[in-house]
Write a protein of this length. Sequence first.
Length: 129
Amino acid sequence: MPTSNYLRGKMVDGSLRATTYIAPPNVYVSLHLADPTANALAGSEVSGAWYARQLATFVAQTTAGQTSNTGAISYNPVTSGPVTVTHFAVWDDATLGNMLFYGTLASPKTFSNTDVPSWLAGQITVVGT
């Protein structure tokens, strides 16, 4: 799972320029219709009255640089389907903020009207690259 340009910059500054990066107190998972890329392209995130980024927590690294969600991540039922989700991202804010990581789902998932997009604990894996 790639690291965003924003977070890469923070890591370089912290490692080589002794600037402090303060981790966000909460992180949120977003769903995307296309690759948001390292630049967090606008327009790729799902939108609609039913959709909002969801708060997520992650376990301590199980392998160096790798973690996964500790609990289920569930969204509201889809009210304007079908919606095909191909990517996800982790953000430092529920609405705007900075994208930290992003990745491709193992396979695209199409959600119809009334479907509830959700992932069980351990299904969203973040690997810093």
